[in-house]
Design a protein around this ligand. Structure first.
Ligand SMILES: [Ca+2]
Ligand SMILES: [Ca+2]
Length: 106
């Protein structure tokens, strides 16, 4: 039985597990995007601007979907994911293409 090698690489404090190959350029780019998103969410969650997240602030950081002042981060991340040509706008084909991709995986 063949054994899979498992490489675990820490990029900007994110553990990324990649089976049988070192992280690709795409893996690295995804880690950088996630780091930048976490920085943005952290700033929004830190409502008293003390540079620390209280328990409630950390809950909002982890689960921003239901928090009014965190919604801009959630929507911005969705736009970034859907905006394939990176022009800052969602075209109909980018939106529909995303929907078709989701449907085809089911
Ligand atoms: Ca705080
Ligand atoms: Ca676009």
């Amino acid at each position: 039985m063949a054994r899979n090698k498992l490489f675990i690489v820490n990029i900007f404090d994110f553990g990324i597990a990649v089976e049988e190959h070192w992280p690709t350029k795409a893996d690295m780019e995804e880690a950088i995007i996630q780091r930048d998103r976490d920085h943005r969410r952290f700033k929004l969650a830190d409502v008293d601007y003390d540079g620390l997240l209280s328990f409630d602030e950390f809950v909002n950081f982890l689960h921003p979907e239901g928090v009014k002042h965190m919604m801009t981060a959630v929507v911005r991340e969705t736009v970034e994911d859907m905006d394939k040509n990176k022009d800052g706008k969602i075209s109909q084909s980018e939106y529909i293409g995303k929907m078709v991709t989701v449907v085809s995986l089911c």
